[in-house]
Design a binder for this molecule. Structure first.
Ligand code: ADP
Ligand code: ZN
Ligand code: ZN
Length: 754
């Protein structure tokens, strides 16, 4: 085939104005060597500055004047090219989540720079024993002690690691080179991959799969074989055998020559889970996570391209692993908010996975004990096939859940943060040498400092959020890091009764230590896990029963399996109810259910105490009864009534500006554009409810961060594509009338209050 003469190039600069393909011509010396997806260098702008870019299309002719089209300068061979499907995916991400094409491309290509490969050098001797002994004698006579050290070592061991020779035997490189020149030794260098998989030789336990597990695995596999790869939601309580199902599906795919991506939230990417995959797939499985070096992650990317691995496990970004024969994407704990990116483009991994599933014919398997309202809604409306797993395979029964009303505790004169029932149960566990987990979803010596006399709250002067009291006596802003000493008197009324709302992990720890001086206590939160590996250390020592009580934040409720824990206390269930966005109840239900799931994983049944000021709230009541369906029914009724996702869709347009005025002005312009767009889509006779709404503009949930003002405009519509059209028309305006004072972000169905 004759090679194409023109190429469409996306320039590697994230700016709305140049967010479109530019045409370049392929010079004769590069003919045939430029492919779609290649990274190229092109002259750009008036000064013809060399810029990186990606080729996203090739063609034979151009509508521009051929004489004025510039030549591509070179093709970069540093990094592997991207495939056509990755460009299509980037394009889809760009149009559905906003941002520029180059930002989308960079999302899809996780590692952009080539890292130097890890190499291992070794020293081999290449002469016989007798020859070597002769050389040793000669060096002895000449008192060449460094040579003597290395040659004697090589007499014992014909191959030595280079590092050992250099660092332990203290032999310099010139010395080794001269021995190499004389033909006694050879220094070789081999490239190796950073392989994060740790080998383990413990026995594999093979379960006979339950009928239900087999049914799911066979259904998914057969649909794929028959050319109907489907989308599935597995609603299965913790311990019902979902992971075993994932492994079974992956195994069938790999046997048939397909590859599999397994997404797991970073926080539950535990050694235990990984081990189960390693045992099945050995060297053919790999993992990526955020604590790995860029080089190590790059290696996994290469291994995937070269076909050296079949299964990749990792958080959100592992979705973009470049497998050529991708068979299935599995998303465990699909309800986790970490699957949604908080950076532009704010893509959702589940939505992207759906797109990949449809466009590339890949099976998509979602699993959760508490499915997101969104996924369950889709399952009940036929977009996903639903499987339910209701039994714990480990035999343990569900824990008994008590809901304790904190208002009653106060009336009864209990001024501690532990209800009487919780105190009694902790006593009981300590007596029986069983373990307790206490959970609060806050960090630090919690919360805001306020005046008990006048109600004044200490706030950050830059961010519109309350400051948090830390043990060192300072008040800290968790958004911008601003800190100030805690005032002794109220700045407003001069009262001395100014104090923190004390219910953080540190406070709980010191209360527990006072009340139970003989108990061994561990604490796990952002502060105690800052160092690498410290989280694992805490978890291990708790599992080994070196402590009776583990106190912690969110991070202790996910995925960990402690057979001796028979009591879980949730100290303030309301904290997550007070967040003030439409997903607050959903998040509370998930958190309570997960926390409760930690109790009674072993032989002995567990108990759970939920402390709350609102015992009658449905998210608390349904988690007490382990009843997802009744929670879902209440929640979906509320979402339908209030027209929230998943029933309707929501586009948040966030405007960040240096001064308040330009933010407000800009958002009013956007509102006009959005309203016009909604009208055009609705046609003439449609009812307001079908037309959709714009809300705001209003100051965002946090009105100011780092002295930048934040305004938000919400657009609601039943159809996502209409919202995409609204975003497109706002983006078009931004391209035509750039305003450097305002930066605009788009977030579809935001998971956190914007
Ligand atoms: P989930 O991922 O739903 O929490 P797992 O797959 O981790 O569930 O299974 C929970 C426990 O049950 C694990 O210890 C696992 O080894 C065990 N298990 C899984 N499948 C079976 C089975 N078919 N028979 C017996 N035990 C099983
Ligand atoms: Zn005061
Ligand atoms: Zn601040």
């Amino acid at each position: 085939m004759q090679s194409r003469s023109y190429a469409e190039i996306i320039i590697e600069i994230s700016h709305e104005k140049i967010d479109r393909p530019f045409e370049y011509s392929v010079p004769p010396h590069l003919a045939g060597s430029i492919h779609v997806g290649d990274r190229v260098v092109v002259p750009f702008g008036r000064g013809n500055t060399p810029r990186g870019g990606y080729c996203i299309g090739l063609k034979d002719s151009t509508e521009f004047d051929p004489d004025r089209i510039k030549d591509i300068l070179s093709v970069s061979t540093d990094i592997p090219g991207i495939e056509g499907y990755q460009i299509a995916l980037a394009w889809w991400i760009r149009s559905h989540f906003g941002g520029t094409m180059i930002q989308a491309l960079k999302t899809v290509i996780p590692v952009k720079k080539k890292m130097t490969a890890m190499t291992a050098k070794r020293v081999d001797r290449i002469v016989s024993d007798t020859d070597l002994e002769t050389v040793i004698e000669e060096c002895g006579r000449k008192h060449q002690t460094a040579r003597l050290r290395v040659l004697k070592a090589l007499l014992e061991e014909p191959t030595l690691p280079y590092t050992l020779v250099r660092d332990k035997l203290n032999v310099t490189t010139p010395t080794l080179r001269s021995l190499e020149d004389k033909g006694y030794i050879r220094i070789t260098e081999t490239e190796y991959y950073r392989n994060p998989v740790v080998h383990d030789d413990t026995e594999t336990v093979v379960h006979e799969l339950s009928r239900q597990q087999l049914n799911i695995i066979t259904t998914v596999t057969n649909d794929h074989i028959n050319g109907n790869p489907g989308k599935y939601l597995i609603h299965g309580i913790t311990g019902s055998g979902k992971t075993e199902v994932y492994i079974g599906i992956a195994d069938n795919m790999v046997r048939r020559g397909f590859q599999v991506i397994v997404l797991i939230p970073e926080i539950s990417l535990t050694y235990q889970t990984l081990l189960r995959f390693y045992k099945r797939f050995g060297d053919r499985v790999s993992v990526v996570n955020s604590s790995m070096s860029a080089g190590a992650r790059y290696d996994q990317y290469l291994r995937a391209i070269r076909g050296d691995i079949d299964v990749i496990i990792g958080p959100r970004s592992a979705l973009f692993t470049p497998f050529e024969r991708l068979g299935a994407i599995i998303i465990d704990e699909e309800h986790e908010t970490s699957y949604k990116s908080e950076n532009t483009p704010r893509y959702g991994a589940r939505e992207c996975a759906e797109y990949i599933s449809e466009s590339r014919g890949v099976s998509l398997i979602l699993g959760s004990a508490t499915p997101s309202v969104d996924a369950y809604y889709k399952a009940t409306h036929g977009a996903y096939r639903l499987f339910t797993m209701e039994e714990r395979l480990t035999g343990g029964s569900l824990p008994t859940v008590y809901v304790e009303d904190l208002r009653e505790e106060l009336k009864a004169g209990n001024r501690t943060i532990f209800s009487r029932r919780l105190q009694n149960l902790i006593d009981d566990r300590l007596k029986h040498h069983e373990q307790t987990m206490l959970f609060i979803n806050r960090r630090g010596v919690a919360g805001f400092v306020s005046c008990r006399n006048c109600g004044y709250v200490c706030k950050c002067p830059h961010c519109d959020v309350s400051l948090t009291e830390h043990r060192n006596g300072r008040l800290v802003c968790h958004y911008c890091g601003y800190s100030e000493p805690k005032p002794a008197l109220c700045p407003e009324c001069g009262s001395a009764y100014i104090a923190g709302f004390r219910a953080g992990t540190e406070q709980i720890e010191s209360n527990i230590r006072e009340m139970y001086p003989h108990a061994a206590v561990l604490r796990m939160d952002a502060d105690t896990t800052r160092e690498k590996g410290s989280m694992e250390t805490i978890l291990r020592s708790f599992r080994d029963h070196e402590a009776d009580i583990l106190i912690g934040t969110q991070m202790i409720v996910k995925g960990h399996d402690f057979p001796l824990v028979t009591l879980v206390g949730i100290l303030a269930a309301d904290m997550s109810l007070g967040v003030g966005d439409y997903r607050a109840s959903e998040r509370t239900f998930q958190l309570l259910t997960q926390a409760a799931g930690r109790a009674g994983r072993g032989e002995i049944p567990g108990e759970v105490v939920i402390q709350t000021y609102r015992p009658e709230h449905y998210s608390i009541e349904s988690s007490r009864q382990h009843d997802y369906i009744s929670f879902y029914n209440e929640e979906i009724a509320y979402r339908s009534l209030a027209l929230y996702p998943p029933v309707w869709h929501l586009l948040a347009v966030l405007m960040v500006s240096d001064d308040e005025d330009s933010g407000v002005k800009q958002s009013e312009v956007y509102k006009v554009i959005a309203d016009r767009c909604l009208d055009e889509h609705a046609g003439e006779n449609s009812k307001p409810r079908e037309r959709g709404y714009t809300l705001g503009p209003a100051p965002a949930a946090i009105g100011r961060i780092r002295d930048k003002y934040r305004h938000v405009l919400y657009i609601k519509h039943s159809d996502m594509e209409t919202l995409v059209a609204v975003k497109d028309s706002i983006e078009k305006y931004i391209r035509e009338q750039p305003n450097r004072r305002v930066i605009t972000f788009f977030d579809f169905d935001p998971v956190n209050a914007v």
